[in-house]
Design a protein around this ligand. Structure first.
Ligand code: GUN
Length: 302
């Protein structure tokens, strides 16, 4: 069997088109252009590339973006003050603080400081809790949201399927497992202390791998016909010095066993950014609906 390759770039382009249409409709209705504020602390080269990409694509769908680059020595207080300013700024609909943060800054404190209705990363504890409880109105982390759309591009219904998420991070693994549970998959999470990873992977109809360990999942780990989503992306240098990006799944082996698989690059990555745009639009739409409801309340009060 040769797996179907899930084209993340094509799906991301579809999402971007829908977002651009949503932005045009909102602005056409008299609402201000949605705006995303992106905050970067320090000079991690990969983060700078990711942030430039996010800013460029935000503008490509007709939204505004504001980028703040803070020195690596910026204090936590200074960062929290900036977040508070952005929380209060009515022009800003979404706030994203790029990770990783320097070690002297407490990431949990930062995500808690972002107003939940501007938390386009979906990391604020209120959004985490709402997602876990399957409540409406939660902003859901972008990578798991993108992965769900990739999975749904090859499955009409995933209820009852066995899903294994390899990796238990707050950014991908845990929210991913919550979304799969919401869709009534039978979900397991494997992590750094999990034993017998190979056997557990082989039981999964849907396998999502997000560990950052290149080639961790080999072809023989995969259940024949399974859907494999590779979230990993690591830059490696060959003996000739050429650089390339590789995933957590040994793609050349997996393609002969899986039913469908995402490539690296061109799979999950483009969907993550597209879902950030979708979340920023959702935040702006929810804000517009709240303002309209408050306006109607004010009118009925007079
Ligand atoms: N760094 C790597 N992935 C992410 C993400 O999804 N959001 C943020 N804010 N930082 C990241």
């Amino acid at each position: 069997m040769t797996a179907r390759i899930i084209d993340g770039k094509a799906l991301a382009a579809e999402v971007q088109k829908q977002v651009a249409e949503g932005v045009a409709a909102l602005v056409g209705g008299g609402v201000a252009v949605p705006e995303l504020a992106v905050v970067l602390v320090g000079y991690d080269p990969a983060s700078h590339v990711y942030v430039s990409n996010k800013v460029r694509q935000t503008e490509a769908v007709g939204m505004r973006s504001r980028r703040f680059v803070l020195d690596a020595n910026t204090t936590e207080r200074r960062l929290l003050d900036l977040i508070e300013e952005l929380n209060r700024d009515p022009a800003v609909n979404g706030i994203l603080v790029q990770f990783p943060l320097p070690p002297h800054i407490d990431t949990a404190r930062v995500v808690t400081a972002i107003r939940p209705d501007k938390d386009v990363d979906g990391f604020n504890p209120l959004n985490v809790g709402r997602t876990a409880a399957g409540m409406q109105g939660a902003l859901v982390p972008c990578t798991p949201l993108g992965v769900m759309r990739l999975i749904k591009s090859v499955h009409d219904d995933i209820a009852g399927l066995g899903a294994l998420v390899v990796g238990a991070s707050n950014v991908v693994g845990r929210p991913m497992a919550r979304l799969l549970l919401q869709e009534l998959c039978t979900v397991s999470i494997a992590h750094i202390r999990t034993t017998d990873l190979e056997r557990r992977c082989r039981e999964a109809d849907i396998l999502v791998v997000a560990t950052g360990v290149p080639g961790l999942v080999r072809g023989q780990f995969i259940k024949p016909g399974a859907t494999v989503i590779d979230v990993g992306i690591t830059r490696i240098k060959s003996e000739t010095g050429a650089e390339r990006l590789v995933g957590d799944v040994a793609f050349d082996e997996a393609i002969d066993v899986a039913g469908a698989i995402t490539p690296v690059p061109g799979g999950v990555g483009p969907m993550t950014v597209a879902c950030l745009l979708a979340n920023t639009l959702s935040a702006a739409q929810m804000e517009a609906a709240r303002s309209q409801a408050a306006g109607i309340d004010r009118m009925t009060a007079v």
